[in-house]
Design a protein around this ligand. Structure first.
Ligand SMILES: [Zn+2]
Length: 94
């Protein structure tokens, strides 16, 4: 479970606050700049929400996903099968 004070969480929180600060300090009369900064803020907010959801999600609904397979190369068998669980609620992979 992601801790709310983990570096990724802190980083994205700082990005979001910086983007919000940027947004607040721009002129609403310059529409293009206004919407560009608003977009940056919204993206940062969505990323924060996504990480927050992962941090608080109990991951009750997961599915197992398998990628890769068995390959033969020069008489060797290469197995790059990766099994992971994917949470349907928050989208986190384990
Ligand atoms: Zn989850």
């Amino acid at each position: 479970m992601t801790n709310l004070n983990d570096p990724p969480m802190n980083e994205v929180r700082a990005t979001m606050i910086a983007a919000l600060h940027d947004f607040c300090s721009c002129s609403i009369y310059d529409k293009e700049e206004y919407s560009a900064r608003l977009q940056t803020y919204l993206e940062a907010w969505e990323e924060y929400e996504r990480l927050f959801a992962q941090a608080v999600c109990p991951h009750l609904h997961t599915v197992d996903e398998t990628t890769g397979g068995m390959h033969f190369a020069g008489g060797d068998v290469i197995d790059d099968i990766v099994e992971k669980a994917h949470c349907l609620d928050c989208g986190k992979d384990f």
